[in-house]
Design a binder for this molecule. Structure first.
Ligand code: XMP
Length: 319
């Protein structure tokens, strides 16, 4: 019979056979897939693996620190943390088109990754947390072969350019199986159960132009929203939940004064695979309480709205 612990052993043997005494580099994104792949590969070949975490400065509050700490301290996996936020934010300055933003981020990601891999002296193998649905989705993402609604960035093209072979131990697995494997490998439940997070990060949750100030406001609002969701026990019922900082200022009152600040939209959806989604039906008291906290605690936001659009016709992200 098929069990995850047997699969784990099989994959470990397979990785050892493929890699031999070669060196492997793995790009960590902070997500479940690349993390599970890295821990599995580390179990197979130990410190022949080095992880590179390209920090684009578009992560949520404290997220990069959490990822780095987990890998270095808990799993003892060699990890290079590259703070490339200045480079990313610099090149994104003044850019407001969603696809342009994605392309810039995708290109820089590859550039920075390649540079760091060279500094490490190169490697024969590149590890990726590609899942079975990714294999299918890369053929046709949304709406058929000729229509690209959103271009997902990945490190496509990189292995050929760097003359590397791919190590993709999760290629046969679906997301729920990757989670089982992750638990089996000792990755904490809190990490395994995390909602998906897009590669371009907060850049696509700040519609229009991005500034460090806007990102900072968004980070704070998002952290409060997720804190309230966790405290109310709803996190695991939701596929993704996040705040979006709208490029719109509205009038409000605070004490005796008039305010003129940004609008924050809250989004939460249920979904099975991200291809279709329903907006999550929060209790109004929950939304009211969360909105009050955000407006009171985050300077720069004076209005909060909830997105009740399902997919289709909406998309999960706003860009
Ligand atoms: P949409 O917004 O297209 O999102 O309904 C579907 C799923 O894909 C994620 N998403 C992305 N992930 N790079 C990624 O790695 C991207 O550019 C990107 N755009 C959307 C989104 O978070 C959701 O899970």
């Amino acid at each position: 019979t098929w069990t995850m612990s047997a699969y784990r052993q099989k994959m470990i043997e397979k990785i050892r056979d493929q890699v031999g005494s070669g060196r492997v580099i793995c790009g960590l994104s902070g997500g479940v897939d690349s993390s599970v792949a890295a821990v599995l590969i580390h179990e197979a070949i130990g410190d022949q693996l080095t992880c590179i975490y390209v920090d684009h400065g578009l992560m949520r509050l404290n997220e990069s620190e959490q990822v780095v700490t987990m890998f270095r301290d808990q799993f003892n996996i060699p990890l290079v943390h590259v703070d490339a936020s200045k480079k990313f934010l610099g090149e994104l300055e003044g850019q407001s088109d969603p696809e342009t933003k994605r392309k810039i981020i995708g290109r820089l990601f590859i550039e920075v990754f390649e540079e760091e891999a060279k500094k490490l002296g190169g490697a024969e193998f590149l590890a990726q947390g590609t899942l079975y649905p990714d294999v299918i989705e890369s053929v046709s993402f949304t709406g058929g072969p000729s229509v690209t609604i959103k271009s997902h960035h990945n490190v496509g093209g990189l292995p050929e350019r760097m003359n590397m072979q791919l190590v993709e131990p999760l290629r046969e697995l679906f997301k729920d199986e990757v989670r089982v494997l992750g638990r089996e490998l000792g990755i904490p439940d809190s990490f395994i159960g995390r909602h998906p997070f897009p590669g371009p990060g907060l850049a696509i949750r700040c519609p229009g132009g991005i500034t460090p100030e806007k990102l900072d406001i968004l980070r704070q609002a998002d952290a409060i929203y997720l804190d309230e969701i966790r405290k109310s026990g709803q996190y695991d019922k939701i596929w993704q939940a996040f705040a979006v900082l709208l490029p719109v200022q509205t009038v409000g009152v605070m004490g005796d004064g008039r305010t003129y600040e940004f609008v924050c939209a809250l989004r939460a959806v249920t979904s099975v695979d991200g291809m279709t989604a329903d907006f999550y039906q929060f209790d109004m008291n929950f939304l009211g309480k969360t909105a009050t906290r955000i407006i009171n605690e985050v300077r720069g936001i004076n209005r909060v709205v909830y997105d009740v659009t399902s997919k289709p016709p909406g998309t999960i992200e706003w860009e």
